[in-house]
Design a protein around this ligand. Structure first.
Ligand SMILES: [Zn+2]
Length: 648
């Protein structure tokens, strides 16, 4: 078989660029509603998407042409270099999502992938996808010689492109790259006969060269503004933009945003008398319960027990979760530290293999209490809440009800039994209820809109919590405490997302927080607080000293109604290389270090986060961005070159 010519290789790339640009434009129009700020933003979105895709294709065309144009003797070397370059370009694009998926599939089929093999598998994926680009030139050439070769390749490529735009509509850039890039190359090759004759001649070739260099240079040099970047990453075809974000773009800034802000560490909390003799604390975690369900009072009839507890305890209507996914939030709750203050690495095997702070030695709440003779028992699902994952570490007894999502009644039985039988000594009980988690099928309502089924699950859970609260009050009338929290909220279309863990907007990080028990004054506390305050507060309640590693605040004096001097401490939240910070005046900034965007909001006047202050009030945006940058510059752990990873 004759080798693909330089002209064929270059035109395949050009075709691929046009195919991707057209399919992206189509996907943008079909999938995304017109942005609230209007058509101008949409036009910029189209422009930059097309520029990035064609710029990337032009780079590919120039590289491929340079190598396939080598003298005959050196041509194999040229192709090898071409492959090396495609693999190299893929390196920043491929995180371990695809490898993790392969492990999950392998485990389902009965193959356990050992730890070191994961890196090998990752390298194999990289090589295969990197190889698929040069290989596509040869494959198409061979297939086109068959009678129906061309329509077959074109049909398969079109199906793959549609799949690439439709499946896994989340941040799976590596999977979308792996599907869309080779598919566009195949379809680009099918377009070869459509190119006009005579492109091989000197003058048209020079024009093509100038266009290619111009496109490649413009894609790199003309960087889109932050609001356009946010739009770009709302569809799956933005693989070229993502490549630029990973390699060339920097996190944008605005004048005044690099002003240094100083933060004072929390005051030390020394050992003292416990609040009561032998406190018994029950931490009730509810998965995915939004904060506004309790703060706005709209569901008080449905959530009767929780709203009663809210009104008879210390309630924080402005509590924020330190993350928008279970493992991040709970690791922070029990360690009193934020995500980027902890050390995360792959842990676990099979399906459970993900990033955890398992090897991070910061003491956890249950470990500290256990050391002073407090009995500690947890009632859990799913499996990764077990102590060895470093999240709820240190409970002397773990009751794992299910490795997956257990309904509340399964947890309730052993929990109520334990509480009723418990007699003397201090104790910490922790139960996490998964009921409101997607797919919203654990409530009585089995059909209807997701939000309705989600509410139905919460309503059913509230009834069961009624029993739990009753048993706590009855069994431990003078020493029983209940803490209610949610690990994150849930989105139902806000900011174009559903589910959780994807963003740090309020629908995902605003959560309920209630402390209830003897001595705790019934009161709404209006300051912004974080769930990382729970561990220091409970340690103080047990009379234990709070270790310096915990940067959460001891809320106990506030719970007891003691006057508190106002402290201007900010509240942070993190996830997926995004960092958010909320100041006590309600200003909030979000910095996305993966997509290289910034945004800021005034939660006091814009609780739904619709008006981006970076554009509409840069001065106030700069105030909160400065605070965000100073905060993480001070607290994020970047020792020995460690960078807080992208945690899915
Ligand atoms: Zn969760």
């Amino acid at each position: 078989m004759t080798a693909p010519t330089t002209g064929e290789v270059a035109r395949t790339w050009a075709g691929a660029g046009l195919v991707l640009a057209a399919s992206n434009a189509f996907a943008i129009v079909v999938v995304l509603p017109l942005p609230e700020s209007g058509a101008w933003l949409r036009l910029q979105h189209h422009f930059f998407d097309a520029l990035h895709v064609t710029g990337l294709a032009a780079t590919g065309a120039l590289t491929a042409a340079a190598f396939s144009h080598a003298p005959t003797r050196l041509r194999p070397l040229g192709w090898a270099l071409y492959t090396a370059i495609t693999c190299g370009l893929l390196w920043p694009l491929l995180d371990q999502t695809m490898t993790r998926r392969a492990i999950v599939i392998g485990t389902t089929l009965g193959f356990e992938v050992p730890g070191p093999a994961v890196s090998v598998l990752h390298a194999v994926f990289l090589l295969l996808i990197g190889l698929s680009i040069p290989a596509s030139h040869w494959i198409t050439k061979a297939l086109f010689r068959l009678r129906f070769g061309r329509p077959f390749v074109a049909g398969a490529a079109i199906i793959a492109i549609v799949i690439g735009h439709a499946v896994l509509r989340d941040e799976y850039e590596d999977i979308h790259t792996a599907i869309l890039w080779p598919a566009a190359m195949l379809l680009g090759a099918c377009l070869l006969p459509l190119w006009p004759e005579g492109l091989e001649q000197a003058k048209p070739r020079a024009v093509a060269l100038v266009i290619a260099v111009g496109l490649a240079a413009a894609a790199v040099l003309v960087s889109p503004p932050t609001e356009v970047r946010r739009e770009l990453f709302r569809t799956q075809g933005s693989i070229a933009s993502f490549a630029l974000a990973q390699t060339i773009w920097r996190v944008p800034t605005i004048p005044g945003a690099d002003h240094h802000v100083d933060f004072i560490d929390p005051l030390p909390v020394p050992e003292a008398q416990p609040l009561v003799k032998d406190p018994v604390v029950l931490i009730v975690g509810i998965d995915a319960m939004r904060g506004d369900l309790l703060s706005e009072g709209r569901y008080d009839t449905e959530l009767r027990n929780l709203s009663r507890l809210r009104d008879s305890g210390a309630y924080f209507p402005r509590a924020l979760a330190p993350g928008s996914q279970t493992s991040i939030t709970y690791t922070s709750v029990f360690s009193g530290r934020y995500f980027s203050q902890l050390h995360w690495a792959y842990h676990g095997s099979g399906k459970e293999r993900r990033l955890y702070a398992a090897a991070d030695s910061s003491p956890r709440l249950a470990e500290l209490l256990g050391q002073s003779g407090v009995r500690t028992v947890s009632f859990l699902s799913p499996g990764f809440l077990r102590g060895n994952f470093g999240i709820a570490r240190g409970f002397e007894e773990e009751n794992l009800v299910s490795k997956d999502h257990a309904p509340a009644r399964k947890l309730m039985r052993p929990l109520l039994k334990e509480l009723r039988a418990y007699r003397s000594g201090g104790a910490l009980f922790f139960a996490h209820f998964m009921d409101p988690h997607r797919p919203y099928n654990l409530g009585p309502l089995k059909e209807g809109a997701p939000e309705q089924r989600y509410l139905s699950e919460l309503l059913a859970l509230d009834r069961q919590l009624g029993t739990l609260i009753y048993v706590m009050r009855r069994t431990f009338p003078s020493r029983g405490y209940i803490v209610v929290l949610a690990d994150h909220g849930e989105a139902f279309g806000e900011h174009g997302t559903t589910f959780h863990s994807k963003t740090l907007y309020q629908e995902l990080i605003h959560v309920p927080l209630i402390f209830y028990g003897p001595g705790i004054v019934a009161k709404r506390h209006d300051q912004w607080v974080s769930l990382i305050d729970i561990a220091p507060t409970l340690l103080a309640l047990y009379g234990r000293a709070v270790p310096a590693s915990m940067i959460g605040e001891n809320l106990l004096p506030a719970l007891l109604g003691q006057p508190q001097p106002p402290r201007a401490r900010p509240i942070a939240a993190e996830g997926r290389q995004r960092r958010a910070l909320v100041l006590q005046n309600g200003l909030k900034a979000i910095e996305d270090r993966r997509h290289k965007t910034i945004e800021a909001y005034d939660l006091a006047h814009d609780p739904e986060e619709r008006v981006d202050l970076v554009i509409h009030d840069p001065k106030r945006a700069a105030e909160v961005l400065s605070a965000l940058r100073s905060f993480f510059a001070k607290y994020a752990s970047e020792r020995n070159g460690y960078q807080p990873p992208y945690k899915r």
